[in-house]
Design a protein. Sequence first.
Length: 458
Amino acid sequence: MSHKAHCLILPYPIQGHINPMLQFSKRLQSKNVKITIAATKFFLQTMQELSTPVSIEAISDGYDDGGIYQAESFAAYITRFKEVGSDTMSQLIETLTTRGYPVNCIVYDPFLPWAVEVAKKYGLACAAFFTQSCAVDNIYYHVHKGVLKLPPTEVDEEISIPGLVTIESSDVPSFVSTPESARALEMLVNQFSNLEKIDWVLINSFYELEKEVTDWMSKLYPIKTIGPTIPSVYLDKRLPDDKEYGLSIFKPMTNECLNWLNHQPISSVVYVSFGSLTKLEPEQMEELAWGLKNSNKNFLWVVRSTEESKLPKNFLEELKLASENKGLVVSWCPQLQVLEHKSVGCFLTHCGWNSTLEAISLGVPMVAMPQWSDQPTNAKLVEDVWEMGVKAKQDEKGLVRREVIEECIRIVMEEEKGKMIKENTKKWKELARNAVDEGGSSDRNIEEFVSKLLTISY
Ligand code: UDP
């Protein structure tokens, strides 16, 4: 196939950022755009599956043997990534040109704003790809502008930000509310540092979900919502049955999960996952384990191998011995296949943005148990704005107790409020599908992006 445009995609090398950018890349490729993903050498080494139809080329973050884990500090990682990354991206652009595939646009993760300088050096078009919600981006924008100054003086201080519902200080991303996260916040705020020089700001969300905030942000930047970036087969049943989901750091226990789910009654299972990075306090893990067990519901719980030692003593053994097969603990699962399974009735989630969008797109009611980063804001929206779930309240130690977990699961799966939530999930699922369907808001934005790319193509 001869391509008319070539995008070089630069993700920040973590699971939750690579996934949406890869899915977006696949959509662009289906519209006849050539794609090359620039991935760090260390990320490529850690990959479990490399089954993806798009080309991947290596660049370096300066830490080829350990990535961020090898760096002395987060600040050192970001600084070295800028230096070495700029050089190796430049080399890659030159190599691709020599091979006969000149690049004409860089789509970069705004965690790596130096990519704009690389694009400018070669006269390329440039798009930032925000992997978080528009609401969260708006909060970071207001910190960037110096309008939002935290930490709060009161625990539940109310915060008004244009385009957003009133939130409390506990709903803002943890990097804003906790002074210890100054370095991470600096990176998040720096996402806006080069935006006035670029052509598009792409956001992994959809217009109908975040209308007001998208309209408000669009006055500042050339915003295009292009999500949800989940494989189209999950949104459109007419497509061939291709469940491939691309690059994963962890190995999913596919058959074990799906076989087990196949034997559970419809809508009976609580699916529990805290994503790829979040670590729970041992005490929280214990409360969660007993909360799930006491809920008396069937549960499928993803406990990454690095978290397993925090499970209560004998918990796994007792689960296996139980006469009824109430719970299954796995180290990683094919989450989209799990969420779309008819046995799953509730998703107990940390509210990472990908997980939240996946639950919205597949219509699964949520119990939100946010821990850090953007999760508190997402949880607030899930509960109060989209009314797709309930948020589990933390105690003064910041822990969610077993009784609270049990109660939240009961509300979502049994009570009248749960029925209302279920109705709302149907509505949002439909809107998510419409957005990416032909002629939908995200599809139109992608089409516009591609047509513009073609006008500046080689
Ligand atoms: N995920 C998965 N299997 C699991 C747990 C998570 O495939 O067992 C995927 C999930 O579908 C999502 C990503 O990992 O796409 C997690 O991203 P999210 O933004 O929700 O959380 P993060 O890992 O960034 O905290």
